[in-house]
Ligand binder design. Structure first.
Ligand code: HPA
Ligand code: ZN
Length: 326
């Protein structure tokens, strides 16, 4: 109980949250009604029952369907505000939020509608609660690099609202090197770079994300332990891994909470952090992820502090601001 209390109360940063994955079924139905969008599911319960995933792709199909109710700037604001309230309850003091512009622009929703709604919610959280945050634009890796370049073009007038770029969606068959040129361009523009790698994909994808995309963090990265030389390198470089425990269980990367490798990652000296990924779909927000791991694995107070500290060290915050937390 004392440990649970610590997990709840300790200040933390969330670095791996897809804002479209925070859309709860209730909000999906409310927005569908508000926008006159027809859903394939008759009820909130029926939609929730469909959240029985077997792998990443089976999740992505439902996640993109859920996002179809987002049409107006206010919809993006409401979604983001709902997430930020949950994060605040979990004592998240800093949140770096992913969004997938192509999921919206490909449906005819303008880029600025999505980004302005999300950004306004982040501004309100800063003004009202002092919660800091940033927005990371993800390219969908199942689409082409040319499409990613078009998205970057649309982002150009909004670069003041974006701290970095990421790479998400279907990993297998879409290796990091597919996006070498667009990531190089983003680097020239002064954007931070991260990429999903080693969730379902092999350790080689982690290595290529580092060497070719020049990323500063690896999202997931849990499969690195299959490659001892890579593990050693990640530890030596202090490369942060944004691990998402409940996501890994729901997408069958590991069978049960007790099988998760979070403790092994820490024991290997890796800069692991805990995050929620798509909390509305995977059964929990930040603290649910912490509690699930601390109940299932031999993790102690020192690990809790380490994970919280890692999250601020890995954050794209000024060194001054970091010092206030670590
Ligand atoms: N992996 C890849 N793409 C995603 C995820 C994820 O966990 N969540 C939303 N898009
Ligand atoms: Zn993710």
């Amino acid at each position: 109980q004392a440990l649970r209390d610590l997990l709840q109360r300790m200040p933390k940063a969330e670095l791996h949250i897809h804002i479209e994955g925070s859309l709860e079924p209730e909000l999906i139905f409310a927005l569908a009604e508000r926008n006159q969008v027809k859903l394939d599911y008759p009820s909130v319960e029926a939609l929730r029952r469909a959240y029985a995933f077997t792998d990443l792709q089976s999740f992505l199909d439902i996640y993109y369907a859920g996002a179809s109710v987002l049409l107006k700037e206010q919809d993006f604001y409401d979604m983001t505000w709902a997430y930020l309230q949950k994060a605040r309850q979990d004592n998240v003091r800093h949140a770096e939020i992913f969004f997938d512009p192509q999921t919206h622009t490909d449906r005819g929703v303008p880029f600025e509608i999505a980004i302005n709604g999300i950004h306004r919610a982040l501004q309100d959280a800063r003004a009202q609660w002092g919660m800091s945050g940033g927005l990371i634009m993800c390219f969908l890796r199942h689409l082409s690099e040319e499409d990613a370049f078009k998205t970057l073009e649309q982002a150009m007038p909004h670069l003041d609202k974006i701290i970095g770029v990421g790479l998400d969606s279907s990993e297998r068959g879409h290796p990091p090197e597919k996006f070498a040129r667009v990531f190089a361009r983003c680097g020239e523009l002064g954007l931070h770079r991260v990429a999903h790698a080693g969730e379902e994909g092999p350790p080689e994808y982690i290595r290529n994300a580092l060497d070719i995309l020049k990323v500063e963090r690896i999202d997931h990265g849990v499969r690195c332990l299959e490659d001892p030389a890579l593990t050693e390198r990640l530890a030596r470089e202090g490369m942060p891994l944004t691990v998402c425990p409940l996501s890994n269980i729901k997408l069958r990367v590991f069978d049960r909470n007790a099988d998760h490798n979070l403790r092994a990652l820490l024991d290997a000296g890796l800069a692991a952090t805990v995050n929620s990924d798509d909390p509305a779909y995977f059964g929990g927000y930040m603290n649910d992820n912490f509690i699930a791991m601390f109940e299932a694995l031999p993790l102690e107070r020192r690990h809790a502090w380490q994970l919280a500290r890692n999250s601020f060290v890995a954050a794209f915050l000024d060194e001054d601001k970091k010092k206030a937390f670590v």
